[in-house]
Write a protein that binds this ligand. Structure first.
Ligand SMILES: CCC(=O)SCCNC(=O)CCNC(=O)[C@H](O)C(C)(C)COP(=O)(O)OP(=O)(O)OC[C@H]1O[C@@H](n2cnc3c(N)ncnc32)[C@H](O)[C@@H]1OP(=O)(O)O
Length: 311
């Protein structure tokens, strides 16, 4: 059932969507939890909305690259409850963006994100609310990672706790010199709950994940690159003379992977996603279906007509 839902998710936006359209909304959106897991999204949304402050801002650009900004500078971009709700809404908007190809996730005011807002955490520290918040954020971050866009987290300053988990919900991570990713959960008497541990194991292997979580290790750009968590290091601070602004550097880095028509770039992400998440036979069938959406499509016919050479 879950695999079937994921398979439908990676096929989304194709012309083969008749089965897709018949699926309930939560399955269509690639969520991990729905009502069959006792999860009531509207209930937790209402509760989270009470803890306001900050925003999650989305800028969709003509280039097909969107910028998602975690914006709560007075709390080092910590996630308030209303920002958690905002994030879910922004992810929905990105799921419905046919022209989209790439996504950069950044923090406002020269730092990435200091995790969940400790004021909200204190207010919902009971077991039930904690579980509901955990399921809500896992759903949103899983949907973020499953977007048919190539995504990159631009880490400047600190990515702590839930902020570190957020970086793992992107396809790539870029770090500015002097920045830090740190899974500080152990120091808070916690483990990751937004899906960050599961994704971290996939990214760096269980040995490294155990070291990062067990030691609450401060990952600088050099360590990040060495263990495969980080895909590139950007020059200097946004204000440093000489180097291009970090966002511009990140866009340049990402544009090498997003060059080309949106349906092709989205198909690239979808075949990788199915290979990453599905068992081989299921992944192969999904790849065949995705292949069917680009075969004989305008970009393919144009390339054939131009007799292109790949020298
Ligand atoms: C999912 C699980 C989780 O995410 S648990 C949360 C994990 N995060 C944390 O514990 C971060 C705690 N904060 C810190 O360690 C420091 O504030 C860091 C981020 C290192 C910044 O230190 P520093 O540069 O000295 O600034 P500061 O401490 O004065 O902070 C500025 C204002 O921001 C606030 N702030 C920061 N982080 C949070 C947070 N997670 N939740 C709520 N507020 C946060 C600080 O309280 C401070 O506010 P104020 O100026 O004192 O009103």
């Amino acid at each position: 059932m879950v695999l079937c839902a994921l398979r439908q998710q990676v096929l989304r936006c194709s012309s083969h969507c008749r089965t897709w359209a018949r699926l309930p909304q939560r399955q269509r959106s690639g969520c991990v939890y729905s009502s069959i897991h006792g999860f009531n999204q509207d209930e937790i949304k209402e509760k989270l909305q009470a803890f306001h402050g900050g925003s999650i801002d989305l800028l969709k650009q003509d280039s097909g690259i969107a910028v998602l900004t975690i914006n709560n500078p007075s709390r080092m971009n910590a996630f308030s409850g209303s920002m958690m709700v905002d994030l879910e809404e922004r992810v929905s908007q990105l799921e419905n963006w046919p022209e989209g190809k790439g996504l950069i996730v950044q923090g406002a005011a020269e730092t990435f994100c200091s995790g969940s807002d400790l004021n909200a955490v204190r207010a919902i520290s009971n077991q039930q609310d904690g579980m509901k918040m955990c399921m809500f954020m896992q759903n949103s971050l899983t949907r973020l990672l499953r977007l048919p866009l190539i995504s990159v987290a631009l880490v400047e300053g600190r990515a702590l706790g839930g902020g570190a988990e957020l970086t793992t919900a992107c396809d790539f991570r870029l770090m500015a010199a002097g920045s830090v990713i740190q899974f500080v959960h152990k120091h808070m008497g916690l483990v990751p709950g937004w899906g960050g541990a599961a994704r971290l194991v996939h990214l760096v292997g269980s040995q490294n994940a155990l070291k990062l979580l067990g030691g609450a290790v401060k990952v600088d750009p050099e360590l990040g690159v060495n263990i495969g968590l980080v895909d590139g290091v950007l020059e200097g601070h946004q204000k440093a003379g000489g180097a291009a602004p970090l966002l511009q550097q990140a866009e340049n880095w990402l544009s090498r992977y997003t060059k080309g028509p949106a349906p092709v770039i989205q198909a690239v992400k979808k075949v990788v996603l199915s290979g990453r998440e599905l068992p081989l036979s299921e992944a192969l069938r999904t790849e065949k279906d995705i292949f069917g959406t680009v075969w004989g499509a305008p970009a393919n016919l144009e390339a054939l007509a131009s007799k292109s050479k790949h020298k």
